[in-house]
Design a binder for this molecule. Structure first.
Ligand code: NAD
Length: 700
C-alpha cells in the first residue's frame, strides 16, 4: 500500500502524505517516505520540497499502535524522515491544513518554513499519553518560541490556533483557506535560496536572560504533579527541554530519544494508551449491525432541577433546541437563572460573544405545555427519583410525542424496563444517565432496556457524540456501572472508619493515589440523604454499610449543602467547600463500631488504598460477568470520566492487571469479601482482565 504521492511543480517536489483518515505517520508511512526524501535531495532538478497532507488534514501525528510495537532494524520512524530532511540541502516547506499535531508538527518544525490555513491547530499533545514529543519537538520548539512558551505548550499538551501560532513564531504564514495553501507554499519554496534552519542556542523567552534557566527548570518541576502522582512524563519532558539549552543540538536530540523510550515503556504511559484505545472501543456494540441512527433536531427535557437544567444547557451548546417542562414555577425561575449565569460566565471568560450567548439562551425554551414536545426527536425525563412520578410522565409523553420520537430517562437507580412498560414504544425507550453537573461532566451511561431497539441505541450513541459526551453502554441493572461500583467503594470507606481510621486520613490516601477527592468528601458533595434513600430502597445492595449514615440524616447533617456531613464546612475555609475534620463524627463511627463489636486496629495506608480500590475491582468483575458492562475498558472509562479515577492508573480494571489480579483476589478473600467468580477464575489462571475478549462475557 502506498501512503505517499509525489508531483514536481516547476522544480519543487510536492510530497503528499495520504494515510486516511488523519495521515498518521506510521512506521509504514515513514518507511516509504525516507527514500522519497533522500531521492529528492539527490535530484538536481529539485530545488525545494513541499510536504502537504491529503484527506483535508496535514497530520494528526504518530500511529499510537506503533508505540507498543517493537521496532526491527528495518523499521523507519518519523525520526528517520526528519533526519533525512536535516541532512538534505534543499529547502523544505510544510503546507499545513487543519491539524499538525505530535509528529506532524515535529516534521513541520524540521522544515525551513510553515504555511497553514486559518483553521489550523498545531500542538504537541504527547503528554496526554504519558509520553514526550520524541521526534525533536522538545529541542526544536524551544529554539523557535523560547523555552518557557514551549514548556507551557508541551506540558499542557494544548493545541494552538493558527493566528496565535503565527504570533508565537511557530507558523510563518497563514492563508485564508486550503485553496491558496499549496501556491503560498510553492512561492516560499521558490523564493528561498539557502536553508534557514540554524542551530542557535535556545532562548528562554522574551526578556529572559540565560541565567534564569535553572530557575525556569525548577519552577516547571514544581508546577507539575509528583512523578508517582501522574507527573512522570512531565518531569521527563522538562528534563528534555533542559537538555535543549544545556547541550548541543545533537546531544539534546539523543537525550530526548532516550527519555522518550523510557516513557514509552513506563506504566503510566501504558495506562494512558489503554484509556485512549478503550475510548475508541466504546461505540463497538454487538448486535448494533448497520442500524441507522435517527437525527435529533429537537429535544425535550422534563424537570428543570439540577439535572434537567444541565442537560438543557448541554443540548443548547450542541446546537439542538430544547423545550424544558417543569410543574414548579420556582424551579423554572431558578433554572432560567442558572442558564443565564452559565452563558454569561462563558462570555466573561471570552469563550463566546454576547450575541452567541443570547442565541444559545434562546434555544432553551421553558414551558408547561407538553404539546410543545409533539415534534421532539428525543425527550429526556429528569424528574424526582420516584417510579410513580416517572411512570406518570412517560404515560403522558407517550400520548403526545410523535411515534418515532425516543423517550429516555436520566434515572440513577430505577428500572428502565418498568418505566418503558407504561408506553407503547418500548423499543424507543432508553436510559441516558448524565452526571452532575450535566453540562460539564463528560460521561454518559447509555442504558439498554430489554426491548431497546438497535436503532434507538445507535441514535443514543450518535446523540452522545453530538453532545460531546463519552458514552458507555450499560444494561438495565441497579446503579448501572458507575453508581453500582461507588456503593461498594463507599461501603469499604465506612468500614475502615468503623475500625478507627479517621475519614480525613482515608480521604487523604485516596487523594494521594490520584482521586480529586476522597470517598467521604464525595459523599458530602452528593448528599448523605441521597445515599440514605438508596439504602432504604435497596437494602440488599446496602447490606453491610455503616449506620453512621442514618445518624447523620437524623442530625440533618446532609453534606456540603447543610455545611456538615462527614466533615464540617465553613464559608471562610475554601469557600465552604473544603472539608474540615470533625471529632464528633469520628466518635460517631467509634460508637457504631462498639455496637457491632468492631475493635479499632492499626491499618496501613497501603491497606486503606487496597480496600477502597479492590472493592471497585471486585464489583467491576461482577458487572462484567453479569454482562452489565461490555468490556473491562468500559468500566475503566466510566470510573475515569465519571468519578475521577486517576487516568495514569488506567481505571480500576487496568490497575488490577497492573498490581496483579491474583494479588487483588487474595486480598479480597483476606478482607472477608465475597470474591466475584470472574476475579477468582482470572486469578487462578494468573491472567489479566485485558486478555478478556470482547463479547466473551456477554450473557445473551
Ligand atoms: P431535582 O429535585 O433537582 O429536580 C427535579 C425536578 O423535577 C424539580 O424541579 C421538580 O419540580 C421537577 N418535577 C417533578 N415532578 C415533575 C413532573 N411530573 N413534571 C415536570 N417536572 C417535575 O432532581 P435532580 O437532582 O435533577 O434529579 C433528577 C433525576 O436525575 C433523578 O431521577 C435523579 O436520580 C437523576 N440523577 C441525579 C443526579 C444528581 O447527582 N443530582 C445525577 C444523575 C441522575
Amino acid at each position: 500500500m502506498s501512503f505517499i504521492r509525489t508531483e514536481d511543480r516547476d522544480g519543487v517536489r510536492v510530497i503528499t502524505l495520504d494515510n486516511p483518515p488523519v495521515n498518521s505517520l506510521s512506521f509504514a508511512l515513514s518507511g516509504e517516505l525516507v527514500p522519497i526524501v533522500e531521492a529528492a535531495d539527490k535530484d538536481d532538478g529539485v530545488k525545494a520540497v513541499v510536504f502537504i497532507g491529503a484527506n483535508g488534514i496535514f497530520s494528526a501525528g504518530a500511529d499510537v499502535n506503533d508505540f507498543s510495537t517493537e521496532p526491527t532494524p528495518e523499521t523507519r520512524t518519523i525520526r528517520d524522515v526528519i533526519a533525512a530532511v536535516e541532512r538534505s540541502n534543499k529547502i523544505y516547506v510544510a503546507a499545513i491544513q487543519k491539524n499538525a499535531l505530535g509528529g506532524g508538527l515535529e516534521l513541520s518544525l524540521a522544515c525551513d518554513y510553515r504555511v497553514a490555513t486559518a483553521d489550523t491547530k498545531v500542538g504537541l499533545p504527547e503528554i496526554k499519553l504519558g509520553l514526550l514529543p520524541g521526534a525533536g519537538g522538545t529541542q526544536r520548539l524551544p529554539r523557535l518560541i523560547g523555552a518557557q512558551d514551549a514548556l507551557d505548550m508541551m506540558l499542557k499538551g494544548k493545541n494552538v490556533k493558527a493566528a496565535d501560532a503565527k504570533e508565537k513564531g511557530i507558523l510563518d504564514e497563514v492563508v485564508e483557506s486550503a485553496d491558496g495553501l499549496l501556491d503560498a507554499a510553492l512561492k516560499l519554496a521558490k523564493n528561498t535560496e539557502k536553508r534557514r534552519i540554524s542551530r542557535r542556542k535556545v532562548e528562554l523567552g522574551k526578556g529572559i536572560t540565560a541565567q534564569a534557566a535553572p530557575f525556569i527548570v525548577s519552577q516547571a518541576h514544581k508546577m507539575v504533579p509528583a512523578e508517582d502522582a501522574g507527573g512522570f512524563a512531565a518531569h521527563k519532558l522538562i528534563d528534555a527541554v533542559e537538555a535543549a539549552f544545556e547541550l548541543p543540538f545533537e546531544f539534546g536530540i539523543a537525550r530526548e530519544a532516550r527519555l522518550f523510550e523510557e516513557l514509552a515503556r513506563s506504566a503510566p504511559s501504558f495506562a494512558l494508551r489503554h484509556v485512549f484505545f478503550a475510548e475508541r472501543e466504546l461505540a463497538k456494540i454487538p448486535g448494533l449491525g448497520d442500524a441507522k441512527p435517527l437525527e435529533v433536531k429537537k429535544a425535550g427535557v422534563i424537570g428543570a432541577g439540577t439535572m434537567g437544567t444541565g442537560i438543557a444547557i448541554t443540548f443548547a451548546q450542541a446546537g439542538i433546541p430544547v423545550a424544558v417542562i417543569d410543574s414548579n414555577a420556582d424551579a423554572v425561575e431558578k433554572a432560567r437563572q442558572t442558564v443565564f449565569g452559565m452563558f454569561m460566565y462563558q462570555v466573561q471568560k471570552g469563550r463566546m460573544t454576547q450575541e452567541e450567548a443570547w442565541k444559545l439562551g434562546q434555544s432553551i425554551h421553558f414551558t408547561d405545555d407538553y404539546n410543545e414536545l409533539a415534534d421532539a426527536d428525543v425527550v429526556i425525563e429528569a424528574v424526582f427519583e420516584s417510579m410513580d412520578v416517572k411512570k406518570q410522565v412517560f404515560e403522558k409523553l407517550d400520548g403526545i410525542v410523535k411515534p418515532e420520537g425516543i423517550l429516555a430517562s436520566n434515572t440513577s437507580t430505577l428500572d428502565i424496563d418498568e418505566m418503558a412498560s407504561v408506553t407503547k414504544r418500548r423499543d424507543k425507550f432508553v436510559g441516558l444517565h448524565f452526571f452532575v453537573p450535566a453540562n460539564i461532566m463528560p460521561l454518559l451511561e447509555i442504558v439498554r432496556g430489554k426491548d431497546t431497539s438497535a436503532q434507538t441505541l445507535a441514535t443514543a450513541f450518535k446523540l452522545g457524540k453530538t453532545l460531546r459526551k463519552t458514552a458507555v453502554l450499560s444494561t438495565n441493572a441497579f446503579g448501572f456501572i458507575g453508581n453500582r461500583m461507588v456503593f461498594d467503594y463507599a461501603k469499604a470507606a465506612g468500614a475502615l472508619a468503623e475500625e478507627g481510621i479517621s475519614p480525613m486520613r482515608i480521604d487523604r490516601v485516596a487523594k494521594t493515589f490520584g482521586f480529586p477527592m476522597g470517598p467521604f468528601a464525595m459523599g458530602d458533595l452528593s448528599g448523605i440523604d441521597v445515599a440514605w434513600h438508596i439504602a432504604k430502597a435497596r437494602p440488599d445492595v446496602a447490606k453491610g454499610r455503616t449506620d453512621v449514615i442514618d445518624r447523620l440524616v437524623e442530625m440533618k447533617r446532609l453534606g456540603q449543602k447543610t455545611m456538615a456531613g462527614y466533615f464540617r464546612y465553613d464559608k471562610s475555609v475554601g469557600k465552604g467547600r473544603e472539608p474540615i475534620a470533625d471529632p464528633e463524627i469520628e466518635a460517631l463511627f467509634a460508637d457504631e463500631a462498639k455496637k457491632h463489636g468492631i475493635a479499632p486496629r492499626e491499618v496501613s495506608d497501603d491497606e486503606i488504598l487496597q480496600r477502597l480500590v479492590f472493592a471497585l475491582i471486585n464489583r467491576g468483575a461482577y458487572l462484567l460477568e453479569e454482562g452489565v458492562a461490555l468490556r473491562p475498558g468500559d468500566i475503566d472509562i466510566v470510573y475515569i470520566f465519571g468519578y475521577g479515577f486517576p487516568p495514569h492508573h488506567g481505571g480500576p480494571m487496568w490497575y488490577a492487571d497492573e498490581v496483579g489480579v491474583k494479588h487483588v483476589y487474595d486480598k479480597v478473600v483476606e478482607f472477608g469479601w465475597e470474591p466475584a467468580p470472574l476475579l477468582k477464575s482470572i486469578a487462578e489462571k494468573n491472567g489479566t482482565f485485558a486478555a478478556l475478549k470482547q463479547g466473551e462475557l456477554i450473557n445473551a
